[in-house]
Design a protein around this ligand. Structure first.
Ligand code: MG
Length: 370
């Protein structure tokens, strides 16, 4: 039961290399399956989300975070009558371009690139992975994903100007992406705002008192849980409060997006694309609550003293290996040495490092930088 503003698989703008239709899977189901079967997807298991494995095996990594984003996205997409298969493919692929060591790794890699007049962007890197680096099929390089999935990879979290990124012009940069792609950045944030509170609490970096005092939204649901389950252990009341928060964010995103679609009189995918703003959005009040949660996490978790050593390590490991391969390109693996003949060396080194898992980059650092 797709809404009239949803993306329909049969109307897909297609793949770079045309392929016959599959007998029982739609184009977007195939794309989702191709992502799941890719190497880059499997590597997410060994990439940091916020906490490295040093803390606990119970915490999220990029793969389990990705699965949580997919779960939340499917629920919301189903309620809005969007194409759930496309949404799932986009959710599963949304973090595939992330380097090792979470945001610290990303910052370090971007910093190293900027020293060479270049930059690192995880969406653009994700596109390079699915278009080129993944090699599974005899007939073409990359995963040969549909236009809509590639467009979503680029446009889900930000806009790119055609003037600055002429090589992306095929992705209709002057138009909004379909709602299926618009959702992903918001569901990503719902997933990590709640999950990082959970992991931060389990890691004893955030205390219950601190979260209750600093986050009115959490406090609201914690008090409710405390009334309903006065004798329950704190952690279970904590879980109930998180569940309340998650539910509020999800429900608001569904109802507010639905209201915006209705108020704007949107009745087709073309109208979604042509609309001046993105239609997927929280209400003003819940958006403010979301902003508070995010700010709380930045102040008390992401920039905490406890996570500082991980960040320092990440920047040192990424920075030193980058410099090593820039000075010794002959030490790169053969396929990267070949690439360096046709692309700037810093881009090749960046691609190599960005693909690594946390354990692998540490092993490489041990080997080359000790
Ligand atoms: Mg994410």
């Amino acid at each position: 039961m797709l809404a009239d503003y949803a993306v329909r698989a049969e109307d897909s703008q297609g793949r770079r290399h045309p392929e016959p239709a599959h007998p029982y899977r739609t184009a977007f189901q195939r794309d989702r399956d191709r992502v799941i079967h890719s190497r880059a997807f499997r590597r997410l298991e060994a990439k940091t989300q916020v906490f490295t494995r040093r803390f606990s095996d119970h915490f999220r990594n990029r793969l389990t975070h990705t699965i949580e984003v997919a779960q939340i996205s499917r629920t919301i997409a189903g309620q809005l009558g969007l194409n759930v298969d496309l949404v799932e493919a986009l959710a599963l692929v949304h973090d595939i371009g992330h380097p090792p060591f979470g945001h610290a790794g990303e910052k370090a890699l971007d910093g190293a690139m900027r020293a060479h007049g270049d930059f690192f962007d995880h969406n653009l890197h994700a596109l390079r992975i699915v278009e080129d680096f993944e090699q599974r099929y005899a007939a073409f390089r990359g995963l040969n994903l549909t236009f809509e999935v590639r467009e979503g990879i680029i446009k889900h979290s930000r806009d790119y100007s055609a003037a600055e990124f002429p090589h992306l012009s095929e992705y209709l940069l002057d138009q909004r992406p379909p709602l299926e792609a618009q959702l992903i950045d918001l569901t990503d944030e719902i997933a990590y705002d709640t999950a990082d509170l959970d992991d931060g609490y389990e890691a004893h970096i955030l205390s219950l008192e601190q979260i209750r005092a600093g986050l009115p939204l959490f406090e609201l649901f914690y008090r409710e849980a405390d009334r309903a389950y006065a004798d329950a252990p704190d952690k279970l009341k904590f879980n109930e409060a998180l569940k309340g928060m998650l539910n509020r964010l999800v429900t608001d995103l569904i109802t507010n997006t639905s209201r915006r679609i209705h108020n704007a009189g949107i009745g087709s995918l073309d109208a979604v694309r042509a609309h001046a703003q993105r239609l997927a959005a929280f209400s003003a009040q819940v958006d403010e609550e979301r902003r508070q949660a995010k700010q709380f996490l930045y102040q008390n978790l992401y920039y905490s003293r406890e996570l500082e050593p991980e960040k320092v390590d990440a920047e040192r490991v990424v920075g030193e290996l980058f410099d090593h391969w820039m000075a010794h390109p002959e030490a790169l693996p053969g396929n990267y040495r070949e690439k360096a003949a046709s692309e700037p060396l810093q881009r090749v080194v960046c691609d190599y490092i960005a693909g690594m898992t946390d354990p692998y980059i540490l092993q490489q650092h041990e080997k080359f930088c000790r």
